[in-house]
Design a protein around this ligand. Structure first.
Ligand SMILES: Cc1cc2nc3c(=O)[nH]c(=O)nc-3n(C[C@H](O)[C@H](O)[C@H](O)COP(=O)(O)O)c2cc1C
Length: 228
C-alpha cells in the first residue's frame, strides 16, 4: 500500500487485490464515521521499532466488530442514528400539527426528531443521515399532493431500504393520501414500516386529547424501532 501525504490530502494506493478490498472497507468505515458524526481515533502509540501496528477505533462503538469485505461496512458497523426526519406537506396546518405531536412521541423514546416541510428539502442529501423517517401528506382530491410525489422521487434516491418508517395524513372524508404514502415507503423503498399502517386522522380530532395521543403513540412506535 502506497500512502502519500501532501498538505491536507492523504492518498492510499493499494498494490494488490487484498489491499484493494481492505481499502474499500476502510473507505466505507470513514464515510460512515462522517455520516453519523463519529470520530476515528488512534489507540495507544505507533512506534514502528517497537510494534509495527497502527490501531484506530470508532469512538463510542463497542469493540470486536467483524467486518468482511463482502458486505459494505455501512451495513455491518453503522448503528442507526437516533434521529428521525418527519417530513410533511401541509396547506392549512393540520398535517403539520400532526407532525409536531408525532415529534413529541419520537422524543419520548430518547431519539431526536426533526420536522420539515418537504418544500425545505432540496436534495437527497437533505434526506440522508437519519435513523428513521415519517412522511405526512393531507388528502386533496382523493390523492396525495404533487409536492409529496416529487418529494418521494427525491427520497427514493436517498436509499432508505430497511430504515424504520411511518406515514401520516389529515383528511375530512376519504383519506387516501396516508395509506398511499405508507405503501410507497413499504413496497417501493422497502422500509421497515411500523406495523400499525398509516396514521390517518380526520382533521377535527387532531387537536383533541385522542388525536394528540394517537400522534404521540405513532411517533413512539417509530422511535422505539431505533432503540431495538
Ligand atoms: C380542495 C380540497 C380538496 C380536498 N379533497 C379531499 C379528499 O379528496 N378527501 C379527503 O378526505 N379530504 C379532502 N380534503 C380535506 C383535507 O384533506 C383536510 O382539510 C386536511 O386536514 C388538510 O390538511 P392540511 O391542513 O395539512 O393541508 C380536501 C380539502 C380541500 C380544500
Amino acid at each position: 500500500m502506497k500512502i502519500s501525504i501532501d498538505k491536507n490530502l492523504v492518498e492510499f494506493v493499494p498494490e494488490n487485490a487484498d489491499e484493494t478490498a481492505n481499502l474499500e472497507i476502510l473507505w466505507n468505515t470513514i464515510v460512515d464515521c462522517m455520516k453519523f458524526n463519529k470520530k476515528l481515533v488512534p489507540i495507544g502509540e505507533y512506534i514502528p521499532q517497537k510494534r509495527n501496528l497502527a490501531r484506530f477505533a470508532i469512538e463510542g462503538e463497542p469493540g470486536e466488530t467483524v467486518i468482511s469485505s463482502e458486505t459494505p461496512a455501512s451495513e455491518k458497523t453503522a448503528p442507526l442514528p437516533k434521529k428521525v426526519l418527519i417530513a410533511c406537506v401541509s396547506r392549512t396546518g393540520n398535517t403539520e400539527k400532526m407532525a409536531e405531536f408525532i415529534a413529541e412521541g419520537v422524543r419520548f423514546t430518547g431519539a431526536e426528531a426533526v420536522v420539515k416541510k418537504v418544500s425545505a428539502i432540496k436534495s437527497e442529501k437533505d434526506v440522508g443521515g437519519y435513523g428513521g423517517y415519517i412522511f405526512g401528506c393531507p388528502t386533496y382530491h382523493r390523492d396525495m399532493t404533487a409536492s409529496m410525489k416529487t418529494f418521494l422521487f427525491l427520497a427514493e434516491k436517498a436509499g432508505l431500504n430497511s430504515k424504520p418508517g411511518g406515514a401520516f395524513s389529515s383528511y375530512t372524508h376519504s383519506g387516501e393520501a396516508g395509506p398511499m404514502v405508507f405503501d410507497t415507503m413499504q413496497y417501493a423503498f422497502k422500509m421497515d414500516m411500523v406495523g400499525l399502517g398509516a396514521l390517518n386522522l380526520k382533521e377535527d380530532i387532531i387537536r383533541t386529547g385522542e388525536g394528540i395521543r394517537a400522534c404521540q403513540d405513532y411517533g413512539k412506535s417509530v422511535g422505539q424501532k431505533l432503540a431495538d
